[in-house]
Design a protein around this ligand. Sequence first.
Ligand code: FBP
Length: 696
Amino acid sequence: MAFVNSDEFLSRSEVAQAISSNNTVLQKRLNFIPELCPVFKNPYTHLESDTRYRFKVHPACRDQLPDIINNPVQTVIGTTSPDDGLRQTYQKKRHIGIVFSGGPAPGGHNVIAGVFDAMMAANPENRIFGFLMGPDGLLEGNYIELTSEIIENYRNLGGFSMIRTGRTKIDTKGKIALARETCKALDLDALVIVGGDDSNTNAALLAQELHNDGIQVIGVPKTIDGDLQARDEDGNTLCAISFGFHTAARAFANDISNLSTDCSSDAKYWHICKVMGRSASHLGLEVGLQVHPNILVIGEELAEFVDTERLERAIKQGTTDYTAYGMTLRHLSRVICDGIVRRAAVGKNYGVIIIPEGVLEFINEIQIFIIKLNTIIADYNDTHDTDFHTDFPTLEDKLDYLRRLARLSREENTFTIWNTRDDDLFNDIPEFFQEGLLTERDSHGNFQFSQVQTEKVIMGLVKDYLKILQEKGDYRLGIERDWYRRTLEKSGLDADAYGPLLFKNYDTADRFLLVRQPIVSLKTLKQELVKTGALDEEDEIPASVQKIFLASVPNFKTQNHFYGYDGRGNDPTWFDCTYAYNLGWTVFSLIASGATGQMAGIKNLEKKFSDWEPIGIPIGPMMHLEERKGKLALVLERTTVDIESPAFQIVKSLREAWLAAEPGPDDYRRPGPVRYAGSGEDDQPLTLILNHLGGQ
Ligand code: FBP
């Protein structure tokens, strides 16, 4: 077919429609209206303190956050018949500023849409300003007014592209002064900070700083990592998960489940899936529950591991072996190898492994390096009022600086952070991993796990050990008995005569036969056949026997995948669309009732939608002291995976079934693609559902 001139082709309406970026699926998504929690169906809301919740307040919080530290948990209550006071404050004309902070998370646009719809319902003269490029926009007074025309283009869509985001931390007097200046110039009544643990920490500090200026500051729990949760001192859940987590997990799960389908079809690859989550393994756990991978690594479990054999050996010798606590990288690689070897034995030379991005943080030997290097870099930047990475641009420069520190530790015993032993151990690490560990920290001083090829570090050790196991004859592909019999009989050989010579389990195995240990090459195969009299020295190994042996040699081939930025940019699930939109409405209720230093939250996310309850969560009382950039600072604690939780215990008890190291099909689960509508409240994070059903 002759191709027409492209202008002419494009001018045809069917062509223009087919390639339009304003496609039907997008339109339907933009038009979807998430359901509102019943309380927001009332024209007015107010707040009620819920005194059932208690917090153990750190004295440093009392000192540093005096005006917000006594904030209670607040429940949003709806009303149709407000008194005059409530009517007036609720309808008061307001200016609100909003900023995204940290990595994008699906649902962010719906937070803005929720605030916008709520404030317009209260008073159509209200105005909302979005700061551009994250906190930098607030510091530089770089903003746009968010109008209905702008917001309509982003409803239920992923990413933060409406106003973008950034990772700048507002952590100095100078930056706070700039933020105050911008808020005042815009005559803001309230500032909304949508971010993770560090950003909500910032929200609390700003709420304190802007308290006397009469500017309210409200945080919103955002992060795909799922490590921003909130519980009171008695373990009552106030915020079970941040928005964005569910979508990212479902998007990763859909992709990984496709890999399971692919690898169980051509049966030749192990897919190594690194899943985002800077430190905690929540995403890994959720994705694991969604797809049932053959091997699932959870960082928190590694940290809690105790090598009882080592411990007992040491006790017998009257010593203590501290290396018995926590799993080493080497041990982890052995555990993975064990799974690969067991599957190979039943002919499964393929599989799916999920490794959380932040897993290295839970491995003692690596964590020590990370903490030491964090401190060294932060100290250097503080002392020299310059940047470590600018002063030492190449890996060699950095290693040289570390060498100097090691020398210093020998000369001055007061300097202990980096000694000769640290330096020697560090020099044993592969270069790409050294670079990873020395990579630039983010503005909060956090180690950037997404920059490190975690899976390469672990799988490097796995491959080395598999080679050893293969040489020892312990790593074999199981040979199907029927195929073996057919192959030998076709070439006129007696399968039962060769069977015991070739296989160690010929008399016992039902289905998969394993080549005997000493046979690790064609040479050793011949030696064994000669030794047993099945072959003369000058004879060739029969072709069918060779074929059987070669089929038993595993070829371990991997494909590495990183599930991070793609899922983070996915359009939100029903859960995140609805959750984030209601968070937006909660934000407005908190603002309208004069709250500050609170984080918007929805209680009962693990239950059915009709039980969801919008609340205000006090940020200050949940903060504690933690090491950041080598110094103690007040921060919101990150929640890691609780290995006692029902969700994790389920994973533990299903591990064998997921490994499927037995003949028969695998137990892969197909969660299907992300949906913004359809199955409604059933579409919640599995971790939340299981923990709820398990009584947590
Ligand atoms: P937030 O904590 O800001 O939500 O970001 C989390 C995250 O997506 C991590 O999972 C990942 O390690 C990191 O961001 C990647 O950061 P960057 O976008 O700067 O590469």
